[in-house]
Design a protein around this ligand. Structure first.
Ligand code: HEC
Ligand code: HEC
Length: 506
């Protein structure tokens, strides 16, 4: 709590996701595309193929523009955004990996210089020299991946480092090798995908077909190599990840399904440019690029999601607090007493205090009514219920850290959120009551499913059950709904079985 809070309207997680995903699209192409260029140049030289060389010259212009200009800007963009939105985590990573960052920047300078020389010196220096420059570029680019990936993998699986504090344990952490392999595969695949895109514009028909076939082979090779790498990686994810995939984080579970089925589909459709290169036009190239980039984006999204509630697993929560700090705050004098950049102090159960608490404890992941907005989800709930729910964040979907504040801060937050969300809005139907009073922690048949345990309850038995539940299970907030809400909820729960019964009869 030593840093100011950046209250971005759209929500910083969304901005980070956008900038980071655009950046990885380009940074991985910068590596795979570099390899593609030098390998193809070798091949063109050996066959003395003028047409292929001409294509490579054009492709290298596209390559230089995309990687140097967009890659550099988005890379700086990431620093800017993570520094402002997660200053505590960024500071930890800089302190731990200071030499790694320095090496990465040195490599990046070599990369830029080599890429510019490579692009400018086609047919101006000997073929040998030109190729040598290309290799310098590729090796520097690949090494920058090898280096940066240590930090990215560390955030998800810090492994032995947590106990030893040893730099090498942090760098060569449990997912280091599988993720390096997976990223290398993705680099190769993306090189093919982008080359399909530039290949379709080649005028000479025979060359065009040859490039499309070769590019298709690169893309397919990368996709196939990614499968064992991701499978290996998946097996090493932190323990909580399986629960998130099982529905604890609906968006991650969906992304995982998209990734698996989409990957299979991509491998199959990539046979098209390989077998029928002549029929492959710009429309197909764009479609293939969209599919591949969506899948790659999904895999990055998943990596970020399964890290929750942590920003560095088992070391720092997404809200920037270390577990010991959070514990000391919630059992001691609370958040505000320990936060540097606040206006409201000492804490009182007012909405002004609640707003400060929201900024400090929730704003790193939620907005009020934009990305992961809370007002929609809380609208219609009473202040007491929100107060009780905040005490149980760690049991809800989304793998949230426990609330780090004191009791009066929790009351203030509930008051503020209730005011912003509108407690007087009546709930429309049983589905809404379920989603707001049970759905933060349960679903009908997915995550912590209720359809099994509530089957066979009569309507009035359900009405009796709701107020008793919290007495039996302390993870559940006490029932505080109105009689109307209870009736709607009971109707809704019974409708699950009514539908199933009708289906059986049919
Ligand atoms: C580390 C990130 C993080 C922090 C910090 C965090 N949340 Fe969450 N929260 C999530 C995620 C992720 C979800 C799941 C929502 C989704 O997948 O759309 C969630 C879900 C919720 C839900 C349930 C919504 C639903 O759709 O079922 C509520 C209510 C909520 N959060 C309130 C809070 C409050 C209040 C705070 C601050 C005290 C807070 N959260 C802090 C990440 C966080
Ligand atoms: C803040 C989270 C939370 C909320 C909100 C919540 N529950 Fe639960 N509930 C739990 C947890 C945790 C358990 C323990 C069982 C488990 O771990 O699967 C549980 C258990 C139960 C059980 C026991 C049997 C079973 O299937 O596990 C029932 C029945 C149940 N909940 C119904 C409800 C209903 C109905 C609502 C809405 C009125 C509700 N719960 C709201 C967290 C919650």
């Amino acid at each position: 709590m030593n840093f100011p809070v950046w209250e971005l309207e759209m929500g910083t997680p969304l901005l980070i996701a956008i900038v980071a995903i655009l950046h990885v699209y380009v940074s991985h192409f910068a590596i795979g595309g570099g390899l593609f260029l030098v390998v193809m140049e070798h091949y063109a030289n050996r066959k003395d193929d003028r047409h292929l060389r001409n294509y490579l010259i054009t492709h290298s212009r596209f390559f230089a523009l995309v990687t140097l200009v967009f890659g550099a800007i988005s890379g700086v963009g990431i620093w800017f955004v993570i520094g402002l939105s997660s200053p505590a985590a960024t500071s930890s990573l800089i302190h731990l990996f200071v030499w790694v960052w320095a090496i990465e920047w040195a490599l990046f300078i070599v990369e830029i210089a080599a890429a510019i020389v490579y692009y400018m010196t086609w047919d101006r220096v000997s073929r040998r020299t030109h190729l040598a420059v290309g290799w310098v570029y590729f090796i520097a680019a690949f090494l920058s991946l090898v280096v940066i990936n240590g930090i990215l993998a560390f955030m998800l699986t810090p492994g032995e480092w947590l106990a030893s504090g040893n730099f090498w344990d942090a760098f060569f952490n449990p997912t280091y090798w599988p993720s390096t392999l997976a990223r290398t595969a993705i680099c190769i695949g993306l090189a093919g995908i982008y080359a399909l895109f530039t290949g379709v514009f080649v005028k000479h028909a025979a060359t065009r077909a040859r490039i499309i076939r070769l590019a298709g082979l690169w893309a397919l090779a990368g996709t196939i190599l990614a499968v064992p790498a991701l499978y290996w990686y998946h097996g090493l994810l932190p323990a909580g990840a399986a629960e998130l995939f099982a529905g604890g984080m609906p968006a991650a579970a969906l992304a995982a399904r998209v990734l698996v089925w989409g990957g299979i589909a991509l491998a199959v459709i990539l046979l098209a440019p390989i077998i029928f290169p002549k029929n492959f036009g710009p429309g197909s190239a764009i479609t293939f690029a969209l599919v591949a980039l969506t899948l790659f984006g999904a895999s990055e999204w998943i990596r970020e999601s399964v890290r929750k509630p942590w920003v560095i697993v088992d070391y720092m929560y997404g809200n920037g607090l270390r577990p010991a700090e959070a514990e000391a705050m919630s059992t001691g004098d609370g958040i505000l007493a320990n936060a540097v950049w606040v206006q409201e102090r000492p804490a009182a159960a007012t909405t002004a205090t609640g707003r400060e608490i929201f900024r400090l404890a929730c704003r790193s992941c939620h907005t009020l009514d934009g990305y992961r907005g809370l007002t929609d989800r809380l609208g219609g709930l009473d202040e007491d219920y929100i107060y009780e729910s905040v005490a149980r964040l760690e049991h809800m979907v989304g793998a949230m850290p426990a609330f780090p504040g004191s009791d009066v801060e929790r009351r203030a937050l509930a008051r503020y959120l209730a005011q912003e969300s509108g407690t007087t809005l009546p709930m429309l139907d049983g589905a809404e009551v379920f989603s707001k009073r049970c759905g933060f922690c349960h679903s009908q048949s997915g995550f912590r499913a209720l359809d099994g345990s509530l089957e066979g309850y009569a309507h009035d038995e359900l009405l009796e059950l709701f107020p008793e539940l919290a007495e039996m299970i302390e993870e559940m907030p006490p029932w505080s709904g109105t009689e109307d809400e209870a009736r709607m909820l009971a109707d809704f729960i019974q409708s699950w079985y009514a539908v199933a019964g009708e289906e059986e009869e049919n």
